[in-house]
Design a protein around this ligand. Structure first.
Ligand code: IPE
Ligand code: IPE
Ligand code: MG
Length: 246
């Protein structure tokens, strides 16, 4: 029996975000180089993307490369970028078959031209798909995103396009890289680390957090279902009392 049968399809998180962590440790455990972990991590990406789409999750956001990850050894960064290009080329079929739209958030200009171009191509090819939006966070940092938003809003204030009194949550939302996405409902982090690492700080304000010790390359759909079942057992009060909700 699959845990899938225990999921209440009517109460799925509308937006799941995942910090895919533990590729390096997974490889090390097997006596292999970190790169081997990243390669196997791409399989877990495909499984999870298909698993979410099949369930009916509308938005899946994957943290693939952070602004801080630029500080890793040059060879690892290069390998990750190459892997990204080959995965995009390879997975276009999976996206089309499953009617999934690709989206990207982050400081995309910082990515190598080849990655940038491949990404733009796949985003364009899948733009009319509407079963699920898959967002890749690439060269993404929440602080960078907030700096970017503040800069843009300041320019508009300076040019009298908006007045400071008009600055509210919705206006800030509109200036984030995630402008077209709803808030995160469920945030999953693999590998046992219990931290956010500069991911979607604004958007997870009321997300339910779920940490698992499984390393990312070992993350299966059963692990995904386990996280969703755990999420569905929680009471999301949004500041209210339990009595107010019922
Ligand atoms: C996550 O795995 C992938 C990226 C951050 C690109 P790691 O590479 O962080 O693996 P660990 O955490 O060192 O095991
Ligand atoms: C977070 O993982 C970034 C991604 C999963 C892409 P890291 O492995 O870089 O996080 P820290 O630095 O250990 O917190
Ligand atoms: Mg890590």
């Amino acid at each position: 029996m699959s845990l899938k049968d225990n999921i209440n399809i009517k109460q799925l998180p509308e937006h799941i975000a995942i910090i895919m962590d533990g590729n390096g440790r997974w490889a090390k455990q097997k006596g292999k180089l970190r790169v081997f972990g990243h390669e196997n991590g791409t399989r877990a990406v495909r499984r999870t993307v298909e698993g979410c789409a099949e369930l009916g999750v509308k938005n899946l956001t994957l943290y693939a490369f952070s602004t801080e990850n630029w500080n890793r050894p040059k060879l690892e960064v290069q390998t990750l970028m190459k892997l990204l290009i080959s995965s995009l080329k390879k997975e276009i079929k999976t996206l089309q078959k499953n009617n999934i739209k690709l989206n990207a958030i982050g400081d995309l200009k910082a990515l190598p031209t080849k990655v940038h171009k491949e990404l733009a191509d796949v985003i364009d090819l899948t733009k009319d798909n509407n079963r699920m939006t898959l967002t890749l966070a690439l060269s993404y940092g929440s602080r960078d995103e907030l700096i970017n938003a503040v800069t843009q809003i300041s320019i508009k204030v300076k040019n009298n396009i908006i007045s400071p009194e008009k600055i509210d949550e919705s206006l800030i939302n509109q200036h984030l890289y995630t402008r077209n996405l709803p808030d995160v409902d469920l945030l999953i982090r693999t590998s046992g680390e219990q931290r956010i690492s500069n991911f979607l700080l604004w958007q997870i304000a009321y997300a339910e957090l779920y940490f698992t010790n499984v390393f990312w390359p070992d993350f299966t759909n059963e692990h995904l279902y386990e996280a969703i079942i755990n999420y569905q057992k929680r009471e999301r009060r949004f500041g209210k009392t339990s009595e107010q909700l019922s």
